[in-house]
Design a protein around this ligand. Structure first.
Ligand code: GLN
Length: 272
């Protein structure tokens, strides 16, 4: 089978052109430009067989990032597996905001709660090497992926296994951030995300349980003047702001993502 035919096959199965090119480039260990310049090259039989499998998996909705084993986040190429959520571009906003707040943080110590692939913690550390970064996850399998990513980029992070703040008992930070699971149980979007770890996507119920735990536990772990930054669903801005106010935080602020949707809400712990 020729490359041109392999790509036609992808189209026939409803796999987007760019995805097909990236998948085939991955399979052949070439880059996309090689592929485009060699569309009459012939796939070996084992490659053609592997191609059928990859195409079928992509056509069934498996994320491209899992099939190629990596995804870029804020300039860092990260290893990903089905043990972790695929890093999303909108989550870069959380890191950008944290970096803006750093000069006013009471201590150069930050914590990323529920780190998954390590994307947020690693992007923060890469952009601010002087910052001491701690990252937590309940999943040992996720932490293994995150550690491998840290090793790959030579970034030094303190990893803690445990449930939200329980992982960081007795410690206080100058900045805290999290992209927790926030999709409500029964949200129709969950079906399309079925290949990703459900515990990273939904806490069940109204989708706010993890955000509640993060806000309610924060006062015991933040220094005066430290900000808590939370990613949330496009319709959760008011709920997250109300949680922050009820817990005694200063005035909350919300930022929108590139699609113009409310995506991150944060507030300072008073006294700074
Ligand atoms: N932003 C993700 C999505 O909607 C959800 C991530 C999360 O729950 N933290 O695909």
């Amino acid at each position: 089978m020729r490359i041109s035919h392999a790509l036609q096959q992808a189209r026939a199965q409803g796999v987007a052109r760019l995805d097909a090119q990236l998948l085939l480039a991955h399979l052949l260990q070439r880059d996309r430009s090689w592929l485009l310049a060699h569309d009459d090259a012939v796939l070996a039989e084992d490659q053609a067989n592997a191609w059928q499998t990859l195409l079928a998996r992509r056509a069934a909705g498996e994320p491209l990032a899992y099939l190629v084993g990596q995804r870029e986040f804020r300039g860092l190429m990260l290893q990903v597996s089905a043990a972790v959520l695929v890093p999303r571009p909108e989550t870069e906003l959380l890191v950008d905001w944290a970096l803006e707040l750093l000069p006013q943080a009471p201590l150069p110590q930050a914590i990323d709660l529920g780190t998954g692939s390590g994307a947020v913690a690693l992007a923060l550390k890469a952009a601010a090497p002087q910052l001491a970064v701690t990252a937590t996850d309940l999943s040992a399998a996720a932490l293994a992926v995150a550690r491998a990513n840290a090793a790959r980029h030579g970034l030094d992070i303190t990893w803690l296994e445990g449930d939200w703040w329980a992982a960081a008992i007795g410690r206080r930070f100058g900045l805290a951030l999290s992209n927790p699971p926030y999709i409500a149980a029964g949200d129709p979007h969950l079906a399309a995300l079925r290949h990703e770890p459900q515990a990273a996507l939904t806490p069940g119920g109204d989708g706010l349980d993890a955000l509640r735990a993060l806000v309610e536990g924060a006062p015991g772990h933040l220094l005066p003047g430290a900000w808590l930054l939370l990613e949330h669903g496009h319709d959760q801005q008011a709920a997250v702001q109300a949680l922050l106010r009820a817990a005694g935080f200063g005035p909350p602020e919300t930022r929108t993502d590139l699609a113009g949707l409310p995506r991150c809400t944060g507030a300072p712990w008073p006294g700074g």
